[in-house]
Design a protein around this ligand. Sequence first.
Ligand code: BEZ
Length: 212
Amino acid sequence: MSLQLGSIAPNFKQHSSVGDIDFYQYIEGSWAVLFSHPKDYTPVCTTELGRVSKLKTEFDKRGVKVIALSVDGVESHKGWILDINETQNCTVNYPILADEDKKVSELYGMIHPQSLDSLTVRTVFIIDPNKKIRLMLTYPASTGRNFDEILRVIDSLQLTDKYKVATPVDWKHGGDVVIVPALQDPTEIKQRFPKGHKAIKPYLRMTAQPNL
Ligand code: BEZ
């Protein structure tokens, strides 16, 4: 069966720009972002991988390990990284998997042949410390992703896990959040949200972001 939200992210061993990687060992105890791009030495990918390297402190703050992937080889990755660093004014500071045998791409359904022949499309998997897949996203080759959105989803997931809240449309850090419908006990609601909440409808209850 293909991977879905809630599936356990499968383990793999693969070569990378920083040596061989056992995925489970690499991400042990952390959140992870595994993302594919179509090809080395291509313009959109160059900008994306540069941007991700500049967000390292943001990923670190959230306890997230990042790992990129394409079906090019290790030497190609190493040469391209020099170009990314030069053109994007950055230092690529995370591994790029060299998935030449397509072992990982096929395991994670990253190749969509009706869109892009035998290359990987732009996929993102957010994986939690229990190795559960919490987000899957697929973009076409011609559209660079917005990695601020990936950070926003990680913030939302981490908040949900800790505080029994969900985040409404266009939520950003600092904005009001939604009390999950499963939480009905008025005493527990008072304990969990001492700043109070507003019930716009019985099912639509807003409260201040609890960890601020
Ligand atoms: C790019 O990264 O620019 C790209 C890669 C494959 C197809 C189209 C664009």
